[in-house]
Design a protein around this ligand. Structure first.
Ligand code: SAM
Ligand code: SF4
Length: 331
């Protein structure tokens, strides 16, 4: 079991497979002039597999593949196949925008992927195209259908909530009623002003406020409101608080990285696509594991993991700006 300097057990690795993406979400990537990581700098699939093997030998049990868009990375199905077989790894999941799931979900499921989180911020087709700069809502809805059809369980749907976007929170939350979908609202994280959205801390809608808005709108529409569902929380629930509409098949979760710190429950290390271990999402301190993977022994790789572990801060202290956007860090 790996423990950090604050006594937290660290058993979860989030790995960014690529900084490339088939969308350009306004809060994540610039429209043009993306500063792409060079081909040689990106960790090779066998390097990622080795990193997971070493981490598993030290106590890591869960791996999440993310990006950029992990499904645009060549060889992703084979990687899933390889890391789900590593002794000690009991859960491999993925965060995706869902567009490529109709073409790939059955192969990912057969390779052993356990769960998927699909990002979707709105059910309004025009707003969706504006947020993703060109994406089609129906493609992601098809991706969600396919994820359910091939039997991923749970299927979580994540929405970033931005006050200026005025998303339809009630309609969105109700996706959890008729199908076993676990809807999660995630507070927007202003990642520095480099993306030019003009959004800032004022655009963070604290989860308590969002909960009241949803239940207020449900009452106005004569619908039942959200009730506590801590008992029915989906597997791998992480730092969310869960609620559900009466008799719904799924749940509604709230993740509050900003308004309610969950740093004390933090169990993860992040690996960027270019092989830097990031002890905390909100800090630019990084440790290079790529060199160790290319020229060192497993003991060298483990030493970098442990150095990064020792550098995990106790909490993010409200610092949110970072030099790299989410697509590079691996959100
Ligand atoms: N492309 C995949 C996707 O969109 O699910 C995986 C990578 S994406 C960086 C992972 C998650 O980070 C997505 O749910 C996205 O909405 C979220 N994200 C990106 N920028 C964010 C921001 N500034 N604040 C909050 N969440 C953000
Ligand atoms: Fe791509 Fe995901 Fe970032 Fe959107 S949030 S640009 S889908 S990496």
């Amino acid at each position: 079991m790996m423990r950090d300097g604050h006594g937290r057990a660290i058993d979860y690795l989030r790995i960014s497979l690529t900084d490339r993406c088939n969308f350009r979400c306004v809060y994540c990537m610039p429209e043009k002039g993306v500063n792409q990581i060079g081909h040689e700098e990106v960790l090779r699939m066998e390097e990622i597999e080795r990193l997971v093997r070493v981490a598993a030998s030290a106590g890591v049990r869960s791996v999440r593949l993310t990006g950029g868009e992990p499904l645009v990375r060549k060889g992703v199905v084979d990687l899933v196949d390889a890391i789900t077989d590593i002794p000690g790894i009991i859960n491999v999941s993925m965060t995706t925008n869902g567009v490529l799931l109709p073409a790939m979900a059955d192969r990912l499921k057969a390779a052993g992927l356990h769960r998927v989180n699909i990002s979707l911020d709105t059910l309004d087709p025009e707003q969706f195209t504006a947020i993703t700069r060109g994406g089609k809502l129906e493609d992601v809805l098809k991706g969600i259908d396919t994820a359910l059809e091939v039997g991923f369980n749970p299927v979580k749907i994540n929405a970033v909530v931005v006050r200026s976007l005025e998303q339809d929170y009630l309609e969105y939350a109700q996706l959890s009623v008729d199908r076993p979908l676990h809807v999660r609202f995630i507070e927007y994280m202003p990642m520095g002003d480099t993306l030019g959205t003009g959004w800032g801390k004022q655009d963070v809608v604290p989860n308590e406020e969002l909960f009241d808005i949803i239940n207020g709108r449900a009452a106005e529409a004569g619908l039942p409101g959200l009730e506590d569902a801590a008992e029915g929380k989906p597997l791998g629930w992480g730092p969310a608080r869960y609620f559900a509409f009466p008799n719904a098949q799924g749940t509604v979760g709230f993740i509050s990285p900003l308004s309610r710190h969950f740093c004390s429950e933090c169990n993860r290390l992040r690996v960027t696509a270019d092989g830097k271990i990031r002890p905390c999402l909100f800090s630019d301190t990084e440790y290079d594991v790529r060199d160790a993977l290319r020229t060192g022994t497993d003991a060298d790789v483990l030493a970098v993991l442990q150095e990064a572990l020792g550098a995990k801060p106790d909490e993010h202290h409200d610092r949110v700006g970072t030099e790299r956007g989410m697509s590079q860090i691996g959100g």
